[in-house]
Design a protein. Structure first.
Lengths: 159, 189
């Protein structure tokens, strides 16, 4: 009975995915991209959210990921944002959306959030992806000079 | 011989960590619409019958459909939309002023010469449209001043108003046509 329980426990542990690691990456074209926001809505009859809505585009951000430890493995990669961002009052009032031009998945993330951007095998030790980011800010929380610096977490999946 | 040890301490300047994307400060933006769009000057008019001139019976003025802001205002009202945006909120004050110093000048000299009706004879009643309008222009009368404050509000905010102008008709004036311009200015230093 005890052995069966132990085997079941071992099997359960083996079935769980490994803990996520922070994935190293670098921006290929430039280390830092500066963008200027604009007010999203014009015209009459706006709500408080619309009056304060700001948007900024950061297109063609090419990122190169170091996947040398994961070649041949099945992985899942998430984009993660810390709960607070520099230039933002509190954790509300920001959302990053992105489109991709390669294998990564388009999506969106908010402060404190975690969104899947890649799932599948890793064929090479480096992977490059181009992101087109659309950053939405609420002027009621935006204090200027906002720093968008996502973290990518990777976890190996069972083969 | 005693061994000697050197302790070397290096103090390097802190290295600024780059962000992937830095979003600059929000641009300051003010927008003002009075009546019709596309640089059209909105005109309100009133015709006072000869027997009623100067009897203090208020005469409601009319405006064309383009002044209404689509369907936001009722007929003969003039739509006002004042927006002031900056970040962070509450850091600036936007002010809407009216310059009515010119008065209403006679443009039919044969009948009224160079007479002038002061703008203190013109007032308005505001019926603000629905939607988000936390600040509105109070009912009032022109002061004939150069910078009469109609509205002051903190960013980022919007005022929407539907003004029905009225001629107070308190003075006996000579027959004729009188015309004057009021200039509205929205500022946010």
């Amino acid at each position: 009975m005890m052995r069966a329980l132990l085997l079941a426990l071992v099997w359960t542990l083996a079935a769980l995915p490994a803990a996520a690691d922070v994935l190293q990456y670098r921006s290929v074209i430039r280390a830092e991209t500066a963008v200027t926001p604009k007010w999203t809505h014009d015209g009459a009859n706006l709500s408080p959210e619309q009056i304060n809505a700001l948007v900024a585009e950061a297109n063609g951000i090419e990122l190169r990921f170091d996947l040398s430890r994961y070649v041949g493995k099945n992985v899942r990669i998430h984009m993660v944002l810390p709960p607070t961002l520099k230039g933002l009052r509190g954790s509300a009032g920001f959302r990053a959306e992105w489109r991709t031009r390669g294998r990564f998945i388009p999506g969106s993330v908010v402060p404190g959030g975690r969104t899947l951007v890649y799932q599948g095998p890793i064929p090479t030790k480096e992977l490059t992806e181009v992101f087109d980011f659309t950053l939405h800010m609420d002027g009621r929380y935006f204090t200027g000079g906002l720093g968008f610096d996502p973290v990518f977490e990777i976890e190996s999946l069972p083969q | 011989m005693m061994p000697r040890y050197f302790l070397l301490l290096l103090f390097l300047p802190p290295v600024a960590m780059a962000n992937l994307v830095v979003v600059a400060n929000a641009p300051v933006q003010i927008r003002l619409r009075v009546g019709a769009t596309a640089a059209t000057i909105t005109t309100t008019t009133v015709t006072v019958a000869g027997g009623n001139v100067g009897n203090s019976a208020v005469q409601l003025m009319t405006a064309n459909a383009a002044a209404r802001g689509g369907s936001l205002c009722a007929a003969n009202h003039v739509f006002f939309n004042a927006e002031a945006r900056a970040a962070p909120p509450g850091s600036r004050t936007a002010t809407l002023t009216a310059n009515s110093t010119a008065g209403l000048a006679c443009i039919t000299a044969a009948t009224c010469g160079a007479d002038n009706i002061p703008f203190t004879q013109v007032g308005w009643v505001n019926t603000a449209p629905g939607g988000y309008a936390p600040v509105t222009i109070a009912n009032g009368t022109f002061t004939n001043g150069g910078a009469q404050v109609l509205l002051a509000f903190n960013n980022s905010n919007q005022s929407q108003d539907c003004l029905r102008f009225r001629y107070l008709n308190q003075n006996v004036v000579r027959a004729g046509t009188y015309r004057g311009d009021v200039i509205y200015t929205l500022s946010m230093p």
